[in-house]
Write a protein that binds this ligand. Sequence first.
Ligand code: NAG
Ligand code: NAG
Length: 422
Amino acid sequence: MAKLSLFALALSASSVLALDHAGGDHHWGVRAAAAAAESDTVTSAAHKASATVKEAVAASSTITAKPKAAAASASASALPLVSYTYSYADIPYMVNPYVSTDPDYRGPQSGYNICNSTTAGDDSRCQTLVANSISDFCIWGPAGTEKDQLLGDMEAATVAWCVDGEKWGARTIPPGTITGLQLMHTSAYIQYTMVLDITKLNFAADDTGGELDPHGADLLGNPLGGLVYSNGLPTGDNKTLVQAVEWNMFYDGNHACLKICDPSITDPFYCQNVYDLIGCNYNMPAAYEDKVFNECEGDLQDVVGVYTGTDGKTSTWSQGTALDPSSTLPYTPRIPASSNCKTYQSTEILGSATTSAGASATSGASAAASGGDSAAVTGASSGGSAAASGASATGSPSSGAGSLAVGSGLFALVAGAAAALV
Ligand SMILES: *[C@@H]1O[C@H](CO)[C@@H](O)[C@H](O)[C@H]1NC(C)=O
Ligand SMILES: *[C@@H]1O[C@H](CO)[C@@H](O)[C@H](O)[C@H]1NC(C)=O
């Protein structure tokens, strides 16, 4: 019953959010509130929100009618997602199978972690992501099978979409989705940056994007129970799948970016999850060139938020709990220098999941320019234009990655509970 009730609340939240997307004025406020709930570092807003949920739930007779004994017996709960580590062979069916009568609790996860040929296909709910190489990787994508989905509505339920979905028991990234791709190998992390047509993953064309990472306000991750593995980490042997506990991924207009940190290198930390409103260009500065497919060795990026001013002084910028659309960032991120780039035809690396246009890269030149100016080469995306000016935070309330936070489970429950009271 608890599950059903929570599910109903989540459904209500979806309709509220859908209205909000159409509705204009409230949009930014919703994003700001959601961002506050999303931030790991700011808990007061989250606590306030959970109080609202409790009040709403208390007001609902169907929920309070549950016997108290049920609450006592459902006490098992998930630990923070980053505390679950498994060798690939020992992955459990679900990392987070836990049910709870706590209305704040978002679990259990919507999919599963053991993924194989029986789970592959267009409706796969595989929540184990593998990213080994430029030709063998997955990204997180929509959970539903219909068109026009919004990431903000289902961050918690996202599933693996892979170049070869059969291989990893997941969905296959459809042909023509990725039109530009770079894999950067560094000494502390690997990073995939791409230009893509998000509608081919069933996102709405104007989806405002968002962040996925193994944290979230409740530390249960987005997606819930999501695991990430690679045999190509900086200290990897190209054979053994090693779990990367820390990673993050953004959708940001027509850009997406996925950074996977080597678990043996923790200081400095390159996989922060507290800059959820400023998208790919700030979290993973790279060239984002369309129609170029390459992999390079790269210098380490600046730790997100840390920058060197014109006076040579190093400063740290903090996002805070909300970012006014007119606010300015004090810096444009530096794109790390790269070398030893190998350029590919898209057909060589992405198999059928390519566009013919993608096969046009011919020179061996590095796609990752070391000059900061090229951050904006693909300015079609909102995040790109923000970086271009080096000033505007996200351009407009509907741009940038911040709205990703709309989907945080806690917020969804608050919205759902509110809707249920109407
Ligand atoms: C394949 O995956 C399913 C779903 O996770 C699991 O139940 C089954 O045991 C797996 N099969 C093998 C052979 O691992
Ligand atoms: C793994 O592969 C990369 C790229 O092919 C190569 O540069 C690296 O040396 C390999 N590492 C090991 C341990 O073999």
